[in-house]
Every structure is written in C-alpha cells, then in structure tokens.
Ligand binder design. Structure first.
Ligand SMILES: [Zn+2]
Length: 213
C-alpha cells in the first residue's frame, strides 16, 4: 500500500481545520470538512498533485465546517454526513446568528448518511465511524486505525472540548462521547481536531481539564 498524504488547512473566518487526503501516486482525493473558501485552498493542491476530488466527509453540520461544500458539489461527488445534523446541512441559516454577519451560508446536499459503527474505505484502509453527539447532535469521528489517526471535528481539541452551549448541544452527552468513544481509542492515536493543533488520545486523557477519563 502506498503512503497516505494529508494536507491540513486552516480556513474560513474562524480558522476551521480541513484535511485533504490522497494516496501517493493516486488520482483521487477526499476532503474532511469544507469551511467557507475551501475550494480555492484545495484547488491548487488538486492541480499540483493531479487529483480529482471524489468525496467530502463532513464531521458535523456547523456552518464553519460545511458552508464551503456547495461550490465543490457536482455529479458523482459523494458527500457524507450524519442524519442527526440534517437540518444544519440543509438550513445553515438557522445558525446564522452564531455566524459572521453578512456571510452567505450555502446549504449542502448530503448524498450518503453515515451511522455509528459503519466502516468507510480510505483506499484500502478501514475508517470506523463513531457517533459523538454533545457539541451538536450529529458529530461523527472518523478513526483510521491502521494510520493511528482520528478526525474528530469539534468533539475535543488540544486541552479543550467542543462548545456545548449552541442549539443542539449537551455537555453531558459530550462528556459521554469523549469518554466512551475518544478515550476508548488506543492512547497513541493522533487526534486531528476541527480547530487548533493536533493532539493525541493519551495526552488528552492525561491533561484535558474539561473531561477526565
Ligand atoms: Zn462545530
């Protein structure tokens, strides 16, 4: 198996992380989260590496993670998300009072709803979907066991956790998600969060001040 390439980009008006994944020598790319303006950011990489975007995997339905997806959508592009965030994907204006005034929030059409326990394929690598509500109802984390990595959206950050005070948020549910889904991963698993620097499961279990194991 050839090596997996990951380009992390911090994008949009509030610095949301998006991750573009492809395989060395491959022809396709997958985008994890689509902040506003991400099409310009990934365009250069796709061109440089001669890649076609084949799918967008959305960790959750908050505008800063999905409002850049619509302009990338075309026939055949798969867009994945969890049904519990359907209303956020389809009516992002509902959250506009929490967004940047004047920013146009484009809805996105999810083409495939993913569920807890489902396995996705990352060019031969298994990706386990784990439903982690609490920050919002439909946040999923995407665990690539073979690569010791997990993309977590806004569930947990280095030294912090996702906000639970937005509509649909629930801190007790978030705590449960972190303890039962994130802290249950191998401790050396690298965490790729939706904001800020990478961390690891072990580091957060040891020192995250908000949710203790
Ligand atoms: Zn969020």
């Amino acid at each position: 198996m050839t090596s997996l390439r990951i380009e992390k980009m911090e994008l949009g008006p509030i610095g949301t992380n998006a991750y573009l994944l492809w395989e060395e020598g491959g022809e396709e790319a997958i985008l994890i989260d689509a902040p506003p303006g991400c099409s310009e950011a990934i365009g250069g990489i796709l061109e440089r590496e001669r890649l076609t975007l084949s799918a967008i995997w959305l960790t959750h339905g908050h505008w800063d993670h999905m409002a850049g997806a619509a302009v990338l959508c075309r026939e055949g592009l798969e867009v994945l998300g969890h049904r519990e965030d359907q209303v956020l994907f389809e009516q992002p204006a509902l959250m506009s009072s929490f967004a940047i005034p004047g920013l146009e929030l484009e809805p996105v059409k999810v083409t495939r709803w993913i569920e807890h326990g489902e396995e996705l394929d990352l060019w031969g690598r298994k990706v386990e979907v784990r439903h982690c509500p609490g920050h919002c109802p439909g946040n999923v984390i995407l665990w690539v066991e073979e690569e010791d990595r997990c993309f977590v959206g806004d569930v947990i950050f280095a030294g912090s956790v996702g906000r639970a005070d937005l509509p649909g948020g629930d801190f007790q549910a978030l705590e449960r998600s972190i303890r039962e889904q994130v802290y249950a991963l191998p401790e050396d698993t690298l965490i790729h969060p939706g904001h800020g620097p990478d961390t690891s499961v072990g580091a957060e279990m040891q020192s995250n001040p908000f949710v203790r194991p």
